[in-house]
Design a protein around this ligand. Structure first.
Ligand code: MTE
Length: 361
């Protein structure tokens, strides 16, 4: 479906939501397009490259409408290797603490890494004569309608102008050297490295500079950490903490929970990433429930905006085996210990220690 491999786990067909098996993520620094996770709130718009237009307006001197031709020929091209992670990744572990009705139980795979090629949003905003004041925000809008929003509306989001002007934020039309597929926002999407995936708006058709964050449902209501006792169905506009920068996080990708593995040497694999471009200091792994820890080997990240894959070879004996991993960033911060302590009504932002239980035969 939509060019994905047969072994991706489809959460919903329409809108299309799917995650790759964790071992496939672990095997590739750059996720193949046919395995890259897909997270959608509506049906895919079908925009022919020749029909695509981008309106750039709001607090700018010269509003413009760009065609794909003008975007690709009028500005310098840049490639950024960046990991996209959905705020709902690892929700399944929160669900084990308490139910979260109506939300997909993403396991380990609502995260993937690609080489994105496009132009810097900053260059486009500069060409439009963007106002340079503190406190401005850049809103992205797309044509896909999200029925779950209240009221139903087209998908949108915003990021602070300061982030929008940074070098890593792209308007991208290529993914891993291929034209951006329709499933991932083709012809053109925003790519906002270091922020939750929700801000990387696909099929982008408008960029508007405003003196407030977007009033779109996915900025003002959803993608927020509500207090544990809040009712998401009655939460008011502006309730909760809006998510933007990704927190320090890591996960175990191989083996997978419930696996049966052979005794002897086994290579444990996973990823780690620090918040908004920060570096990873270390990844610790325990196979005795956190009594003792060993340091995993960190593989060099492809960029400041990409995950670091890690691995560790351990010897295991028959019986139940519980594997725990935790990352530290280069400021000495580590992750919270338990997913239960992070439970929130919409199930976002799980960055607790990662734990996988397997049986050694
Ligand atoms: N953009 C539009 N227009 N519509 C969407 O539903 N989903 C967002 C974001 N951009 C979405 C969107 C979310 S929640 C995520 S996590 C990422 O796209 C996922 O990008 P992907 O499907 O390319 O992996």
């Amino acid at each position: 479906m939509w060019g994905k491999r047969a072994d991706v786990i489809v959460r919903t067909e329409a809108p299309f939501n799917a995650e790759p098996p964790p071992t496939l993520l672990a095997a590739n620094e750059i996720t193949p397009v046919e395995a890259f996770y897909a997270r959608n709130h509506g049906l895919f718009p079908d925009i022919a490259p020749g029909q695509w237009r981008l309106d750039v307006g709001g607090l700018v001197d010269t509003p413009m409408t760009l065609t794909l031709d003008r975007l690709t020929t009028g500005f310098d091209h840049h490639t950024v290797v960046a990991t996209l992670a959905c705020a709902g990744n690892r929700r399944a572990e929160l669900l084990r603490a308490r139910p979260i009705p109506g939300k997909d139980p993403w396991e380990h795979g609502a995260i993937s890494t690609a080489a994105w090629c496009g132009v810097r949003l900053a260059d486009v905003l500069d060409a439009a004569g963007v106002y340079r004041r503190d406190g401005l925000h850049v809103e992205f809008l797309a044509p896909d309608i999200a029925a779950e929003a209240r009221p139903a509306q087209a998908y949108g989001s915003s990021i602070p102008l300061e982030k929008a002007m940074s070098h890593e934020v792209l308007l991208a039309w290529q993914m891993n050297g291929q034209p951006l597929p329709r499933a991932h926002g083709g012809p053109v999407r925003a790519v906002v490295p270091g922020y939750i995936g929700a801000r990387s708006v696909k099929w982008i058709t408008a960029v508007t500079v405003r003196d407030h964050p977007s009033h779109n449902y996915f900025q003002e209501v959803d993608y927020r950490i509500l207090p544990p006792d809040a009712d998401p169905d009655t939460a008011a506009v502006g309730d909760g903490i809006p998510l933007s920068r990704l927190p320090l996080n890591c996960d175990i990708l191989a083996p997978t929970g419930g696996d049966r593995i052979g005794a002897g040497e086994v290579v444990l694999r996973g990823w780690a990433m620090a918040g908004d471009g920060q570096g990873i200091g270390r990844v610790d792994v325990s196979i005795d429930g956190g009594h003792t820890w060993r340091q995993a080997q960190l593989h060099t990240a492809r960029s400041k905006w990409a995950w670091s894959l890690w691995s560790l070879s351990v010897d295991v004996v028959p019986g139940p085996l519980s594997i725990t991993a935790r990352a530290w960033d280069d400021t000495g911060m580590t992750q919270p210990e338990s997913p239960a302590s992070l439970w929130n009504p919409r199930g976002y932002g799980n960055n607790a220690y990662s734990r996988v239980d397997v049986r050694v035969m």
